[in-house]
Ligand binder design. Structure first.
Ligand code: UD1
Ligand code: UDP
Length: 357
């Protein structure tokens, strides 16, 4: 069985590391990894391949950044060629990025079965490029690996009930596997002390590309006697060190470049609270029992909100500030297991073998 894994953006490297480890060493199983090049800076790509022991890409398309249509179109052409040459039995796509969309579209045109990891998630906001990407990937997928009960319900509401496998979340597998390997040197690097900072990441286009929303976010968090590490954003354009942009760092705020996964885990685990618009970071805050404040109007990870560990506050400064204050005030008593048993990767590998085309 030959599985072609399509990755391109930071969170996909982390998810693919988990499944790749589960596939490795299985008799008769072969994996070829294709990197679209959507993320390319060393601290957005190479660092994960080295740190997480991800197989070297069989093909690197080097597509880079660009408008959605151009970027996705170039990926589509490159992936079609790679699929025709390498003839995989499965195409495995992750999450909801343009690399996911291109992988699913290219495979569907060539009648290659598609398996979608992180299927079934919905924000119900079609203005988000990710929502369109994940809806299309789910419609085209032969096999849908769903992390949560909510995801299974979302698919059922769209009439998708066949070949839906609830596996738990591969990022939870990663948190269990790598969590203890993260030391705390990243805290020194960021200039923060354990338990005395709020970790903040911003990268979602709805925030970074809207001056009003970005303005609200940048006015907060105020330090209020605590140190704040403004953690790495997905787009280094936004995460660039302010000195490089000729701007002063706001008092009490440390702006840092994107960090490696293990360093990020350390910064998350030791934070007093997390403030983010990232999907993965919301969940990781939950895995590590750190209260989270999400600077979005909706989330795909609704169960973290229902459990009381995550608050949706949008991007207005006063709501962000109130959210952070509440998050710092205390934690909910219960921490239910929402994301599986840490064996999502194995379950995905098993299902791919069982349903081998
Ligand atoms: C993409 C995904 C988003 C995901 C995020 C994970 C889409 C539509 N969006 O968002 O779902 O949450 O990745 O991190 O696929 N850039 C660099 N260096 C890089 C990569 C990007 O400087 O290595 C800059 C470029 O200016 C680029 C911008 O970041 O234009 C945005 O990159 P892009 O991949 O288009 O979207 P992300 O915001 O990273
Ligand atoms: N991450 C990282 N370094 C950073 C910021 C994030 O390793 O500087 C990791 C984070 O721990 C999580 C994943 O990247 O595993 C989340 O990716 P991102 O926020 O880019 O995208 P999203 O999850 O929103 O799609």
């Amino acid at each position: 069985m030959h599985v072609m894994t399509i990755v391109g953006a930071r969170p996909q490297f982390i998810k693919a590391a988990v499944v790749s480890r589960a596939l490795r060493g299985r008799p008769g199983v072969r994996e070829s990894l294709v990197h679209t090049g959507q993320h390319y800076d060393p601290n957005m790509s190479d660092v994960f391949f080295t740190e997480l022991d991800i197989p070297h890409p069989a093909v690197h398309l080097g597509v880079g950044s660009g408008a959605h249509g151009k970027q996705t179109g170039e990926m589509l052409a490159g992936l079609e060629k790679a699929m025709l040459e390498l003839k995989p039995d499965w195409v495995l796509v992750y999450g909801d990025t343009n690399s996911t969309l291109a992988g699913a579209l290219a495979a569907s045109k060539l009648h290659i079965p598609i398996a979608h990891v992180e299927a079934g998630l919905r924000s119900f906001n079609r203005r988000m490029p990710e929502e369109v990407n994940r809806v299309v990937a789910d419609v085209l997928a032969t096999l849908l690996f769903v992390p949560t009960e909510t995801g299974v319900r979302n698919l059922a509401a769209e009439g998708i009930t066949k070949n839906v496998v609830r596996t738990g979340d591969v990022m939870y597998d990663a948190a269990l596997y790598y969590g203890d390997r993260a030391g705390d040197k990243a805290l020194q690097g960021a200039g923060v002390t354990a338990g005395r900072y709020v970790l903040c990441t911003v990268h979602r286009a709805e925030n970074t590309d809207d001056p009003v929303r970005l303005g609200g976010i940048l006015r907060r968090p105020r330090p209020r006697g605590r140190e704040a590490a403004r953690g790495a954003a997905a787009a280094p354009a936004h995460a660039q060190h302010p000195q490089q942009q000729g701007r002063a760092e706001p008092a009490g705020v440390r702006v840092i470049d994107p960090v490696s996964y293990l360093d990020m885990v350390a910064l998350e685990r030791h934070a007093a609270a997390v403030l983010t618009d990232s999907g993965g970071v919301q969940k990781e805050a939950y895995f590590y029992g750190v209260p989270c404040v999400t600077m979005r109007d909706e989330t795909e990870w609704t169960e973290t909100v229902e459990a009381g560990w995550n608050a949706l506050v949008g991007a207005e400064a006063s709501r962000i500030e109130r959210g952070v204050e509440r998050a710092l005030a205390g934690k909910p008593a219960a921490h239910p297991a929402l994301y599986g048993d840490g064996h999502a990767g194995e379950q995905i590998a098993d299902a791919l073998q069982r349903q081998r085309p």
